[in-house]
Design a protein around this ligand. Structure first.
Ligand code: NAP
Length: 328
């Protein structure tokens, strides 16, 4: 597949369905990216799957008028000059200066511009970073979304420093595994929760100091909580914090309707802090940190892009530990 001139194999959304996201998932030929000034075409060697791709198929962050839309935020590949690169997924407006994630007009690849689950993706030249040879394409492709989000949650938004105790809600997810590995590598005491014993054991192997059942009472209160689960764990997150503690939230996988627990928030002077993706500079620092500490992202499974439907189904079923990566 992908052999017709001017076309390439791609995984794209052809319809939106909030209840059955896989209904609109298509694998087939799409037109090659049109060249644009100051953008570069990256030949994708590896692209990682994110929960974001399921949200897109449900219509969160992607509207009907943008269809068909190639999915995917994460990629590592080779640019037009033959350089091995990692793609930063946050596309800002040309005139924006400052923190990439705060541009009101910023979008992630696959929201306004075609995404990375394809043989080729076009991105602004400033959105490619050198891929160090020590990192495989598969590992590098895991960094720009889940791992970058975890990096910003911990160190930029959460102010995590060595010796702090940090609770990570969920153990097996892409962001959760990154939080566990990065937090413990940075000298924090990382505690995790998970619904499954196997996943709790997995988190201990990744560096967590203790692992608890979701909702369990903790031996003591923590300095910071990292939240991506939302409704199912929000109350537990608030109750687990020390006075003055910080809750960093970047996702709401189980839904967005928790009681806000306002009395605890003001009485214990808690900080509730939002976090989204990360900047190009943070991605650069994340890559350096991974090299310095010999960290490699946890990969659940690598499969050819042509088998992407299986990967999406597995992520939807929730039995994934770390990242699913597609290769070309
Ligand atoms: N704001 C941003 O920039 C940003 C960036 C990346 C991701 N996100 C969001 O963050 C969330 C996680 O993303 P991901 O890619 O890591 O997803 P994922 O790989 O599918 O992981 C989902 C996680 O949620 C936990 N979980 C799900 N349902 C739960 C429930 N009912 N009770 C307890 N735990 C539950 C799972 O924990 P166990 O299976 O271990 O129990 C797992 O750790 C998504 O909603 C995503 O959209 C946001």
């Amino acid at each position: 597949m992908g052999s017709v001139p001017g076309e390439m194999l791609a995984v794209y959304a052809s319809a939106i369905d909030p209840d059955d996201p896989l209904r609109g998932l298509e694998l087939g030929e799409r037109p090659d990216p049109e060249p644009r000034d100051d953008w570069t075409t990256v030949t994708v060697r590896a692209a990682a799957l994110n929960h974001h791709d399921l949200w897109s198929l449900r219509g969160v962050g992607l509207s009907e008028d943008k269809l068909p839309m190639i999915l995917g935020c994460d990629a590592a590949g080779v640019d037009e000059d033959g350089a091995e690169v990692v793609v930063h997924a946050v596309v800002t407006s040309d005139s924006w200066r400052g923190d990439d994630t705060l541009d009101p007009r910023r979008s992630l690849l696959s929201e306004r511009y075609p995404g990375t689950l394809a043989q080729r993706v076009m991105v602004p030249k400033r959105n490619v970073l050198p891929k160090p040879p020590e990192l495989s394409f598969e590992h590098a492709a895991c960094l720009p979304t889940a791992w970058l989000t975890a990096y910003r949650m911990l160190f930029t938004r959460g102010g995590v420093v060595p010796g702090m105790t940090v609770l990570v809600q969920g153990a097996a997810g892409g962001v959760a595994t990154a939080l566990t590995v990065l937090g413990s590598a940075a000298g924090a005491r990382v505690w995790v929760t998970s619904r499954s014993q196997a996943k709790r054991d997995g988190a201990l192997a990744l560096g967590a100091e203790q692992a608890f059942e979701s909702g369990a009472r903790l031996p003591e209160r923590v300095d910071a909580v990292m939240e991506t689960v939302g409704k199912a764990t929000w109350g537990h997150s608030i109750r687990s914090l020390k006075p003055g503690g910080t809750l960093v939230v970047s996702g709401a996988t189980s839904g967005d309707a928790p009681p806000a627990e306002l009395t605890r928030v003001f009485f214990l002077q808690l900080s509730v802090v939002g976090s989204t993706m990360g900047t190009r500079d943070e991605l650069e620092r994340l890559i350096r940190f991974c090299l310095e500490r010999d960290i490699r992202p946890t990969v659940h499974r690598t499969m050819p892009l042509a088998e992407a439907r299986d990967g999406f189904r597995e992520l939807l079923e929730g039995d994934v530990v770390g990242k699913i990566v597609f290769t070309n």
